[in-house]
Design a protein around this ligand. Structure first.
Ligand SMILES: [Mg+2]
Length: 262
């Protein structure tokens, strides 16, 4: 059974297949040459769709949520220049927890979307199925956004199968990966440098198809701040427990400290 076996329109497709492919309309739009503007687009004219787990933070079942180094300046940057929404394939209760990490910026999120918004069949909701993030669902709710001005930041390539040229494939933040713990992480500063270039593009899908984000690109490395091993740890508060203040956490040394870094 593939996605195309279901008699759903594109935005209603479920995600039981890795064979999902972009529509011809989408591909035609992504071919329309992007113009590099003299001035960046005004604030909020482009939409940034944020994945959470592996992109913004790492979750440990008992210890809580560990937010990627450099999130403070990154959040300040994206909320200043972009319309921002969350789209996680986790349950709504978890998404509510995750969104605490945005602090004062949270009220500026356009949407907080969860697994409920993926379009899964009921029998797939509790299964470990691939969850496609079809941006057409977002564009129905916010019709001012489209393939020309929407960017998905997600650490899983398959989730962007329907609009691959709107996708920044960020390196997964996972504290179980030895290389992350050893080298530290500075992905947010590199993504910020890339996003800053997108602000000058009138068709990001075309630009991103020609110049996809590459965590190892020399120019991004040159602009990036040094990698850090200091994350910020939040506790879970799933059942109304007290929300403890966040603390810093050196994931290379496995040490908790305070106060939290930005
Ligand atoms: Mg993820």
């Amino acid at each position: 059974m593939t996605v195309n076996d279901y008699d759903y329109p594109s935005s209603e497709r479920t995600d039981t297949s890795r064979q999902a492919t972009p529509s011809s309309v989408y591909l035609a739009l992504a071919k329309r040459a992007s113009t590099t503007l003299v001035e960046p687009l005004p604030p909020k004219k482009q939409l940034l769709v944020l994945d959470i787990n592996g992109t913004i933070l790492y979750t440990h079942p008992f210890l809580g949520m560990f937010v990627r180094p450099g999130h403070g300046p990154f959040f300040d940057f994206i909320f200043k220049h972009f319309a921002v929404m969350v789209w996680s394939s986790a349950d709504p209760g978890w998404v509510k927890q995750f969104c605490r990490v945005f602090g004062e910026h949270r009220s500026n999120l356009e949407l907080e979307w969860s697994r409920m918004d993926i379009g899964l069949r009921p029998e797939d909701y509790f299964q470990d199925v691939l969850t496609l993030k079809d941006l057409e669902r977002v564009w129905k709710v916010h019709p001012q956004f489209h393939a020309g001005n929407t960017i998905l930041l997600d650490d899983t390539a398959a989730k962007a199968a329907l609009q691959p040229f709107n996708h920044i494939l960020i390196r997964t933040f996972d504290l179980d990966y030895d290389d992350v713990c050893y080298t530290g992480d500075n992905e947010f500063s590199k993504v910020q440098a890339y996003l800053d270039r997108l602000r000058y593009q009138d068709n990001v899908s075309h630009y991103m198809s020609k110049f996809p984000y590459d965590s190892d690109a020399p120019d991004l490395l040159a602009m990036a701040v040094p990698a850090s091993t200091i994350a910020t740890r939040f506790n879970f508060s799933l059942h109304g427990e007290r929300e403890l203040p966040p603390s810093s956490y050196d994931f290379k040394e496995g040490r908790v400290g305070s106060p939290p870094p930005s």
